[in-house]
Design a protein around this ligand. Structure first.
Ligand code: GLU
Length: 458
């Protein structure tokens, strides 16, 4: 068998969505699994709907996801140019080939592709007009995912419009021939076009590539029902990028939209997905997008990031937050706080809320929590005792702080818990967060002391 050549062929007519990312990913995975070539081709023939902004978005999204292309814009290759808008001369040349083979004719200013077979006129009730049907056998598509699909392609179709622009079917097939594509892996929405494509391949005398039509992605329950569209919230790759998701978590999650490794494993490093990926492992049934599952996957990945990577992500995140004191905070202080937060947050963009009180003395006190805490025991007395004990307390480690707090409680005939809630409220304004000992240690004696005093005075 010849070396695998696959392509991702997006049209730059809109935002880069999960569906596009999945098509790109499956092509990339197949190329990497087989040692083949992954081609990026920009299908930008629709001048009205294309935009350079969307072309850049395709490049950036693929790079962010780590889906590097071997041939295509920016990297070049032997079959370029890789943007359809730059390939007009190639389409002309191929059109001449079809003309020479007697497979085209002109009608109403357009160029039509001529099917081979006996012709007869019939009245089409649906379209309410007379059409010319061609007596042909159904086109057979041996799809690697759908299996054998038959479709009756029995009408000639336009390949070059009256304005001189070649249509999608034509340029798509010409490029797949010219770029020696062996496998066409694309969304199931293109299955209905494939019989036209197959007839064109045959008319050119070119080998028909293997087709693999991947199932639709349905909406997550909270998005509503039906096919996921780029208008759905949570459907764009950019949204996850802006929320500082880890691209490898997104790649892992997207790989499972219609594929599984043959067992119920879900979290897998990309190298493992590459190793296991087979087109025969792609399901026929529709995949269901599940935003919660994706968020969970991301959380699992976040949890295991090495400190340096997590800190780099945190810094990137804070740099996008207006006037956040975390940006100018002491390096070591920032590090301690972020590493406390890492196992507790669900996503990077929770960091602002989770760590806010570390970076300002002007943090809010949650009134509900305050009401609850102040209603139990004698929190003011406890706070006063803490203030008195603080100067002599050993702040060197969580264990030392815990021992000191326990000793204090014991000396008053009370429990650790009697001090904890009010201490936490006074230093953080809330009842959730890192352990009280970590709070003390990271904030440091001076800050804790000042916050206690201020709270008591208020
Ligand atoms: N430009 C087409 C699209 O964006 C690609 C079709 C194909 O992959 O063959 O849907």
């Amino acid at each position: 068998m010849s070396a695998v050549r696959v392509r991702f062929a997006p049209s730059p007519t809109g935002f880069f969505h999960i569906g596009s990312a999945r098509t790109a990913l499956f092509n990339w995975l197949y190329a990497r699994h087989t040692g083949g070539t992954f081609v990026l081709r920009i299908e930008d023939t629709d001048k009205e709907r294309n935009s350079e902004q969307f072309v850049d978005l395709i490049y950036n999204s693929l790079k962010w996801l780590g889906l590097n292309w071997d041939e295509g814009p920016q990297v070049g290759g032997a079959f370029g140019p890789y943007r359809q808008s730059e390939r007009a001369h190639i389409y002309k040349e191929y059109l001449e080939k079809l003309k020479a083979a007697g497979r085209t004719y002109e009608k109403d200013g357009a160029t039509w592709f001529k099917l081979l077979g006996e012709r007869h006129e019939v009245f089409d009730d649906h379209r309410k007009k007379t059409v010319t049907k061609v007596k042909v056998a159904p086109t057979v598509i041996d799809d690697l995912i759908r299996g054998r699909v038959e479709r009756l392609e029995d009408e000639d179709f336009v390949i070059v419009r009256s304005d001189g622009n070649p249509v999608f079917h034509f340029v798509n097939v010409v490029d797949d021939i010219a770029m020696q594509i062996t496998h066409v892996i694309r969304g199931e929405d293109h299955l209905s076009n494939t019989s036209k494509h197959v007839e064109l391949f045959k008319a050119f005398g070119a080998p028909v590539p293997q087709f693999a039509h991947i199932p639709l992605i349905l909406k997550s329950p909270e998005m509503g029902q039906g096919k996921m569209s780029k208008r759905d919230k949570g459907a764009l790759v950019e949204e996850y990028q802006q929320k500082f998701f880890l691209p490898e978590a997104l790649v892992n999650y997207i790989s499972l939209l219609g594929w599984n490794p043959g067992d119920d494993r879900e979290k897998m490093p990309v190298a493992e997905i590459v190793r296991l990926f087979e087109l025969s492992g792609v399901n026929q049934s529709n995949a269901k997008f599940d935003g919660k599952k994706l968020a969970n996957m991301n959380m699992t990945y976040l949890l295991e990031q090495p400190a340096e990577r997590f800190l780099a992500l945190a810094r990137e995140y804070f740099a996008t937050q207006p006037n956040n004191a975390a940006v100018t905070a002491n390096e070591a202080y920032f590090r301690e706080i972020m590493l406390l937060a890492q196992p507790k947050i669900k996503s990077i963009d929770d960091l602002g809320a989770y760590t806010g009180y570390f970076f300002t003395e002007d943090f809010a006190i949650d009134p509900k929590v305050k009401e609850k805490v102040m209603a139990k025991g004698d929190p003011k007395a406890r706070l006063a005792e803490l203030i008195a004990a603080l100067p002599a307390m050993d702040f060197s480690s969580d264990a030392a702080i815990e021992a000191a707090l326990k000793a204090l409680a014991e000396s008053k005939g009370l429990g650790f818990g009697d001090y904890q809630a009010v201490a936490r409220l006074a230093v953080s304004g809330t009842n959730a967060g890192p352990s009280i000992t970590s709070l003390f240690r990271v904030l440091g004696r001076e800050r804790v002391q000042a916050r206690f005093a201020r709270f008591l005075a208020a």
